[in-house]
Design a protein around this ligand. Structure first.
Ligand code: SF4
Ligand code: SF4
Length: 309
């Protein structure tokens, strides 16, 4: 680590650093997925980032039923049955002896503790690519604002090396801390998922009060924002909800663009292998035409550029 260790004090927990990312801000980027989130969006793409602790992940297709994990488990939390490996979360003490014994990668540990210097060491080799494409590093998750000391240290470390940092946030964080982080980041990608408090709570686990407050604090602080709206058919894509989101956006003059994010069922497949349960979601992804229509309407209502993916 050497020189990087000068910026390494706070530890953070992440699940992954994705290189060559094209969708988390401008240019080509590296996206750092922070582990841990205060929300529980039913459609989450990254449910492996729900909790703040390392977690056991199961990939049933890789399991050869060798029984190594069952023998290694001190808690009797694993059992081989005719339906495959059964995992009893309530008995698990997260020692991860099982993953260490698994020869096929069917069991693995999600989440690793890192310092800003560790992350810097992984993203720095791509600095030239960020510069050529106008990209950088995006702090995503999970929720980066839920690990503010680590997030600030990471942004500082990136800036010391001339790399721009974007913050992808759900906006649910203590306001003073949130603003401090947003002032340091070069770009804020702010998710707006609904407009109605009760519906927001039902779909994400929290209501919108704090999120709205933080959204307008960004306006007061003159911090530019790109709004991202997940489009989840049947849950938030009705005209009343989307026109409400559009109205909210028009009240914040610092919003410079909008991106609609069409629902993708990837998160459901991931959730099946995790040690935190969540309700199954039966939603058909929106068609490109539907997203294009909604983007046109959103642009007309707000007067802003609205794209989709
Ligand atoms: S992580 Fe849980 S399931 Fe795996 S060996 Fe430890 S107690 Fe058993
Ligand atoms: S050690 Fe791996 S491959 Fe063997 S039974 Fe356990 S999960 Fe399956």
């Amino acid at each position: 680590m050497g020189a990087e260790n000068a910026v390494t004090q706070p530890l953070g927990i992440i699940t992954n650093i994705q290189r060559f990312s094209l969708h988390d801000g401008p240019g080509v980027r590296s996206t750092v997925f922070f582990k841990g989130c205060p929300l529980r969006c039913l459609w989450c793409h990254n449910p492996e980032t729900y909790t703040f602790q390392p977690a056991l992940s199961q990939d049933a297709l890789r399991c050869t039923a060798c029984g190594g994990c069952v023998a290694a488990c001190p808690q009797g939390a694993l059992k081989l049955t005719e339906y495959g490996l059964q995992y009893n979360v309530s008995l698990c003490i997260r020692c991860f002896a099982c993953a260490g014994e698994c020869p096929t990668g069917a069991l693995s540990v999600l989440g690793r503790e890192v310092t800003a210097g560790d992350v810097l060491g992984e993203v720095l080799p791509d600095k030239g690519m960020y510069e050529r494409t106008g990209g950088g590093v995006t702090l995503s998750g999970g929720e980066a604002a839920a690990q503010p000391k680590f997030a600030l240290a990471l942004i500082d470390a990136l800036h010391q090396h001339g790399i721009r940092a974007a913050l992808d946030t759900c906006g649910y964080a203590e306001s003073e801390t949130f603003l401090r982080l947003c002032r340091e980041a070069d770009l804020i990608l702010f998710d707006l998922k609904h407009i109605d408090n009760a519906a927001h709570k039902r779909l994400t686990g929290k209501d919108m009060t704090l999120i709205k407050r933080n959204f307008f604090l960004l306006s007061r602080e003159q911090i530019p924002v790109q709004v991202r709206v997940p489009v989840i058919p049947g849950l938030n894509d009705d005209d009343q909800t989307l026109s409400g989101i559009a109205e909210l956006i028009t009240k914040n003059p610092k919003v410079d663009s909008i991106v609609l994010l069409g629902y993708h069922p990837l998160g459901g497949a991931k959730a099946a292998g995790l040690d935190e349960e969540r309700p199954a979601l039966s939603v058909t992804p929106p068609s490109k035409k539907r997203l294009a229509d909604l983007a046109r309407t959103m642009a007309a209502r707000t007067g802003l550029s609205c794209t989709f993916r």
